[in-house]
Design a protein around this ligand. Structure first.
Ligand SMILES: [Zn+2]
Length: 82
C-alpha cells in the first residue's frame, strides 16, 4: 500500500497534468507547494482559452524534483460566445 504522502504527490502531479486555472494577475501556482511557477511555454489563444506550461520554481518541491510540468489554462470571458 503506498504511503499517503506519495499518493498526495501523485494527485498533485495529476492535477498539474490535467491543468489548473491561470490568473492573469497571479499567474499559476504549483498544485503541490503553492509556490510561483515559471512559464516555459505559452500557446496561442484558441477560442477563449490559452494554455501555458510551467515548472515549479521551488527547488525543494516534489513536483519540481520530479520534473513535472504544470499545465495552466487561462479563460478570457470577453472572447467567449461570439
Ligand atoms: Zn511546487
Amino acid at each position: 500500500m503506498p504511503r499517503p504522502a506519495i499518493t498526495a504527490v501523485a494527485v498533485a502531479a495529476e492535477t498539474a497534468r490535467t491543468g489548473i486555472s491561470y490568473s492573469s494577475r497571479y499567474g499559476a501556482r504549483c498544485p503541490w507547494c503553492g509556490a510561483r511557477t515559471r512559464i516555459y511555454k505559452t500557446c496561442a489563444w484558441e477560442e477563449a482559452t490559452r494554455v501555458r506550461y510551467h515548472r515549479c520554481a521551488n527547488d525543494r518541491c516534489s513536483l519540481a524534483r520530479l520534473g513535472v510540468s504544470i499545465k495552466s489554462v487561462e479563460f478570457d470571458p470577453q472572447s467567449g460566445g461570439e
